[in-house]
Unconditional design. Sequence first.
Length: 411
Amino acid sequence: MLTILLLFLIIVLGGADGSLISNVEVHQILTPSQKSEQWINLKTEANTGDECSFGSYECRMACVNDGICYRNDSNNLRFFLVGDTGGLPIYPYTTYAQKLVAKSLATIGDEKNIHFTVSAGDNIYFTGETFENVYKGKALQKPWYLIAGNHDHFGNISGQIAYTSRSQRWTYPANYYKVSYAFGKNATLVEFLMIDTILLCGNTRDITEANFVDMILATTNTNPNAPKDPAAAKTELDWIEQQLKRSSSFQLEFFKSRADYLFVVGHYPVYSISQHGSLNCLIEKLKPLLEKYHVTAYVAGHDHTLQHIVTEYSLSENAEKIPLHYVISGAASRSDRSVKHIDTVPQGSLHFNYPTGFNPFSQIGFSNGGFIYVDMDSEKAMFIFYNGKGKEKYSCIVIPRRKFTMNETKK
C-alpha cells in the first residue's frame, strides 16, 4: 500500500519523468526482523526498504519503536538538540530569546541540511500556539521528536500526543518511545530513548490556578523525587531497561553492540549546576541504567542553560574508565545564569556552562538563549553549542560506544 501511495504521489507531484518534486525529502524504512542474518545484512550491505516522504504520519512512525529509518543519502547524521521551546503563558506568547533561537535554527539548519530536531520537553507553556507560529524555517519543517516537560504536564498531554497525527513534523506518539536511524554505507545505528521523567519522578507544584508571576517562577521549588503514580513509573522504568538491554546486547555473537550511538532524552536533568540542580530521583533510578547499558549521552532540558557534564565509570574494578556525557539544552526560549547547584555535580565533571554573568530578565526571555547542533559519522559525533544569535560558544567530540575518548575545544 505504501509503495502504491508513493507511486501516486510521484505521478501527481512529479514531472514527466516521474521524479518527486525537489522539496519532498525521501528516506528509506528499515524494519528488519530479529534474525541475526538480517542485522548482518544491515551492517554490511546497508539493506534498503521502501522509499518514503518524511511529511506523512506513517513515514515518521516508521522510525519509532521497532522501526529503523535508513538515511541512504548521507554518511553523516545531522540534528538539533533543543529544550524548553515554549514561550510565555500570556500574550504575545513568545519571547525575544525564542524568536532569536528559532531564526538561528532555521539559518543554521539550512546551512547544515539537518535531518531532524530532538526536543527535550516544555514544548508549550500552558497556552498559546507558539510552535507553529515561531518555528517556520524550511529546515524546521523536518521531523521534530518531542517529549513532555513539567509544564506540559500542567496542560493537555493527550492533545500534544494526538497532534502527531495532524502535523507533518511534530512527532510525539506516546509518553515514552524510541527513535532509530541508520545512515551511511556501514549503516551506523543511532537510537534515542525518549522518556517521560515527570512520570518517573513527579511534577513541580500545581500552578493551574496560579497568577502570572507564580507561573513564571513555578519551577523554582524543590525538585520532585516521588512519582504521582508509582505503578506507572515502574512500568516506564521497566520499559527503559528493556529498551537499553535490546540496544546494548542484541546478538552479541555478531556485534558487541546493536547501537553505535545510544542517547536517552528526558526533561529533568540527572546532573545540573543551575537553578533546579541535580535530581536525586534520576540519580537513584536512571543513572545506574545509563552506566550499566553504556549509554552515550543523557540529554535534558528543564534548567534554561546549555551544559556539558562528563562523569566516568568502570564496568569492573580494574577496567578502563568509560565516559558518560550529560548534556543540557534547555535555553530555546529563555536562559538562566544561576550556578546555585554547582556542588551537586561530581567534582571536575563540568566542562561547559552557558550563559554566565547577571541578567535579571533572562528567565522571561530577554536573553540570547541557545541550542546544540550535532553532526555525527561512524567515527565521531561533534556537538556544537550555539547561543541564540548563532554564535558558536563551545564544541566537544563524542566517540561511538566502546571508543572511550573525548576531545573538546572552547571558543
